[in-house]
Every structure is written in structure tokens, then in C-alpha cells.
Design a protein around this ligand. Structure first.
Ligand code: AHM
Ligand code: MG
Length: 334
């Protein structure tokens, strides 16, 4: 008898948890120490907790602004702080991590200087698009994992690595369901949180972005302050039957593009001449996911993951999505 024949009631139900998936992957690497799996399991735990807090935010009265600003001079939402502390608490004690860096903290948190036993660095945006929470809109966590370079002096400099050095990247979208999208450099996997059992379950082991879709995602209200090439692209898209969708939270917008195709853009503006989004913990992890799914990701006319970072909180412009759609944008920027 085959296994499938013995499961008439379960049929095709998805019953592979992220933990089982990671352990199975670890098994394929004879020299794996388990530390990497341990770090990703901390992210899974933290984001389950954040999902629960987002869901109860109105009831617990933790919506709205904190009354303080983060390092970027942006107003912090109460849940930005809760999400940040949750990730720091879960990651901060995991063996294997040397440095943790967050959008919400000016300086990276150095967990230990003995790089030997701590080969990894984690960077994250704890709650991207958090102002959406007030209106029950989608928000997310974005993360990037790098190898720790023990030669860096001072040690803080170890975080400044190109996106091509990422060994894993992902995001969690807190929407009608909680979705975790992960890449460890061998394709893109998608998990959905089953709240009734508290596990992220694998629903797609090889996510591919459609090659084209006549859809763009941009804050079009800023059009007059975009560089000419972006205005030219938008005018071309208007004449060619494109539709527009913009949630105002990068995770929600990029997830839609990953699923359905299209292009996400955040160009330079007069207010943010280098772009608004952060290279190291927003643009780079999203670029790795999109490229691993078969799409493209650029900062202006340069591949995002090739940009040499000069600062942890550096900003960048973003053009990412279906390869054909990104090519059309780039042809207008040239
Ligand atoms: P945040 O990290 O402070 O939440 O800001 C990033 C967010 C992205 O999620 C989103 O793509 C962008 O800011 C929206 O900006 P705008 O309101 O200018 O369109
Ligand atoms: Mg953000």
C-alpha cells in the first residue's frame, strides 16, 4: 500500500511545518551545525507573536503613535516598538548570531565579539508599513541574514555587505492570513500560519513570479517630483492599458506582485532624493526573493544586490517585479 492510499481523509492537505522543512533542508548539508535553522526558528516564533499582537491591537489599545521618533526621524507606532522588541528578544539569545540590526535602532546590537561560534548577522524591519494598522491594512516584517565577517573592524562594519552576500531573506505579511515567504538561495518557499495549531505550513515549495503583468504599484501622487524616466514610464503605462494597485506597505505590495506579477516602484522624490526605502533590510531582502522567484530588482539602473552599502540605514530607490515589466521601466530610465 502506498502512503497516499492510507490517507483518504487527509488527501492533499499541507502538513509540512517550517520547522520540519528547515530540518529536512539541514539534513541535505552534512556540515550543518543547526545554528542557521535555530535562527530561522526564532524568526518564525517572533513573527507568530507579532501576528497575534497585530490581530489584537485594537482590543489591547496598542494602535497609533508612540509619541517618539526612530533613528530615521519617523514617528514610531506602538506596534513598531513591540515588534522590534519581540524580534530582539527572540533573536538576541540564539546561538549563532553575532549582530542584530533593526530599522528601529540607530546602532547594530553586538551580541558577541567571538565570531567563531557566531557566524551570522540578522537585519530586519520589524513592522513595515505600520501606519496601515490603524485602518486594518496589511503590514509586514522583512528580514535578511548575512554571514558575519570576523575581520571587520570595528565589528559594526560587518553589517555593511552587498545584497549578493545574503544567505537568506524573507518577509512575513500580516494580512487576512499570515504568510511567511523565505529564500535560502534555492528558490522561494511560501508558508501560511495555521492559527489553530500555531504552525507555519508549507503551501508552495517553488514560488515563481509571472514573467509579465500589466500592473504597477507606486505612490502616484508624487509623480511631479519623480525623475523624468519614471514619469515617461507612467505615461507609457497609462497609454498601454496598465492597472494600478498600491497598499502603501512594501510587504503587501511586493507580495501581490510576487503572486500576480507586475512592477513595484519607489523612485527618488524631491523629499527623498535617494528614495525612501532602506537598502539593507527592505530592498535587498525583497530583491533576493524576487530574483530567486525569477524576477528582477534594481535600484535605478543598477541591480539592487550589487549596490555597495555605505551605511546601515542607507536609502535607495526600488524597481522590482516581473522581469519583462522591470525591463520596460529600465528602458525608460536609460
Ligand atoms: P516604514 O518602514 O517606515 O513603514 O516605511 C516604509 C513604507 C513601505 O512599506 C511603503 O512601501 C512605503 O513606506 C510607503 O511610502 P509612501 O507613504 O511615501 O508611499
Ligand atoms: Mg519599512
Amino acid at each position: 500500500m502506498k502512503l497516499e492510499d492510507a490517507l483518504p481523509q487527509l488527501g492533499q492537505e499541507n502538513l509540512l511545518s517550517i520547522q520540519s522543512y528547515l530540518l529536512a533542508e539541514e539534513d541535505k548539508h552534512p556540515h550543518a551545525t543547526g545554528r542557521f535553522t535555530w535562527i530561522l526558528s526564532a524568526i518564525s516564533l517572533a513573527t507568530k507573536y507579532i501576528a497575534a499582537r497585530c490581530r489584537r491591537a485594537r482590543i489591547e489599545d496598542v494602535l497609533g503613535a508612540m509619541g517618539s521618533e526612530n533613528v530615521q526621524g519617523e514617528e514610531q507606532q506602538k506596534l513598531d516598538v513591540i515588534a522590534n522588541e519581540t524580534l530582539l528578544a527572540c533573536l538576541g539569545k540564539r546561538a549563532g548570531l553575532a549582530i542584530v540590526a533593526s530599522e528601529e535602532n540607530e546602532e547594530p546590537l553586538i551580541l558577541s565579539c567571538d565570531g567563531q561560534e557566531r557566524p551570522y548577522i540578522a537585519l530586519f524591519d520589524p513592522l513595515d508599513g505600520s501606519s496601515n494598522l490603524d485602518t486594518c491594512g496589511g503590514v509586514g516584517t522583512i528580514f535578511s541574514i548575512l554571514h558575519h565577517d570576523r575581520r571587520a573592524d570595528p565589528i559594526e562594519n560587518a553589517v555593511r555587505q552587498k545584497g549578493v552576500n545574503q544567505i537568506a531573506a524573507g518577509y512575513v505579511l500580516y494580512g487576512p492570513s499570515t504568510v511567511l515567504v523565505l529564500t535560502t538561495g534555492r528558490g522561494v518557499q511560501m508558508f501560511v500560519l495555521d492559527p489553530s495549531i500555531g504552525s507555519f505550513l508549507l503551501v508552495d515549495a517553488d514560488v515563481r513570479i509571472p514573467q509579465a503583468n500589466k500592473s504597477y504599484s507606486i505612490n502616484e501622487a508624487y509623480t511631479n517630483s519623480f525623475p523624468e524616466g519614471y514619469r515617461k514610464y507612467l505615461s507609457w503605462a497609462h497609454d498601454n492599458g496598465y492597472s494600478s494597485r498600491y497598499a502603501g506597505a512594501m510587504v503587501a505590495d511586493v507580495h501581490r506582485i510576487l503572486m500576480k506579477g507586475g512592477v513595484f516602484l519607489y523612485p527618488p522624490t524631491e523629499k527623498a532624493p535617494n528614495g525612501k526605502l532602506r537598502l539593507m533590510y527592505e530592498a535587498n531582502p525583497m530583491a533576493m526573493i524576487i530574483e530567486q522567484a525569477g524576477g528582477k530588482a534594481y535600484s535605478g539602473t543598477m541591480r539592487t544586490m550589487e549596490v555597495e552599502p555605505e551605511a546601515l540605514h542607507q536609502r535607495t530607490s526600488v524597481v522590482l517585479g516581473s522581469s519583462d515589466e522591470v525591463d520596460i521601466v529600465l528602458s525608460n530610465l536609460a
